[in-house]
Write a protein that binds this ligand. Structure first.
Ligand SMILES: [Fe+2]
Length: 291
């Protein structure tokens, strides 16, 4: 890949559409640069893409949403690759307000942006966006101090801003397409480049930060790492095995779902999502049942 490129929008979670692009990192590979549209009663755009791709970004955005309806532009942080089309969007989306925090406003001003339509969040304050609230949190890894990730209270999707990024050999639709070694190495290289302070952290302290995210109980972490068993021919036998396992241990999954009859009444046919945890190393310790 020699130049930044925009790809077709795709649904990545409930109510959530990704506007994907990728930028070349010479000598290493490519880096995804994703923005997202949340289709609620008050639609939200999360970040505004790369400056070099403003034209195709605006085309993809306008394919995804009528800009007259757009109400909020959540700026995760003020790095250039998140502000690429901000000016154009503000000009074409008359009802949209920019959501950021105190430092975000200051840095937008320093870069010459119009801050007359900013909705500034106070520390600890959530954004009420119609049928959902977006509750900010500081991601475990970030490259700008104003960074705000958030959890969507309606879908429990967690937007992690720049955290969990990776340099990949080439652009992909889903992280399941990336060999685990390449993903691990790509995350390590990107973290070393983008958040070098990580090297000063004790691993236990970083683990505690990750545990706080776990307690938020997200349904999906955008750009997080897991291997979904997609409903495609490649995963037919693995999905069948997962389904068999669930039948044998029904209590294991009751926690993660709602009773079938209730689901059908609310949402129609039931389509399960299966995923598996890849275990690469065992410690040798084994849990045993109480005697
Ligand atoms: Fe950044």
């Amino acid at each position: 890949m020699n130049a930044a490129a925009m790809f077709a929008p795709r649904k990545v979670a409930a109510d959530t559409v990704c506007l994907p692009s990728a930028a070349p990192i010479p000598g290493h590979g490519t880096l995804a640069v994703n923005a997202f549209v949340i289709r609620g009663t008050e639609p939200v755009l999360v970040d505004t893409g790369l400056p070099a791709l403003s034209e195709p970004f605006m085309a993809a955005l306008e394919d995804s949403i009528d800009l007259d309806d757009l109400r909020w532009i959540w700026i995760s942080h003020t790095d250039a690759d998140h502000l690429g089309s901000l000016r154009t969007i503000l000009a074409r989306a008359p009802r949209a307000k920019v959501v950021t925090n105190f430092l975000g406003v200051a840095k937008l001003m320093l870069q010459g942006h119009d801050v007359s339509r900013v909705h500034m969040l106070e520390p600890g304050q959530a954004l009420v966006a119609g049928d959902r609230q977006l509750v900010p949190f500081r991601p475990p890894v970030y490259d700008a101090p104003e960074t705000m990730g958030f959890v969507d209270t309606r879908t429990r999707v967690l937007f992690s801003a720049d955290a969990f990024g990776a340099i990949l050999p080439e652009a992909v639709d889903t992280i399941a397409a990336v060999p685990s070694n390449a993903l691990r190495d790509g995350m390590a290289v990107w973290a070393a480049i983008d958040a070098p302070w990580l090297g000063n952290l004790k691993s236990a302290a970083f683990g505690a930060t990750l545990a706080r995210i776990e307690r938020l109980d997200p349904s999906v972490i955008i750009s997080g790492r897991y291997q979904e068993l997609l409903d495609t021919p490649e995963f037919v036998s693995d999905r069948a095995r997962a389904h068999q396992a669930l039948q044998e241990h029904s209590k294991w999954w009751e926690y993660a779902t709602i009773p079938g009859a209730e689901w059908r009444r609310k949402s129609g046919p039931f389509t399960p999502i299966f995923y598996r945890i890849r275990i690469e190393k065992m410690t040798g310790h084994r849990a045993v049942p109480p005697s």
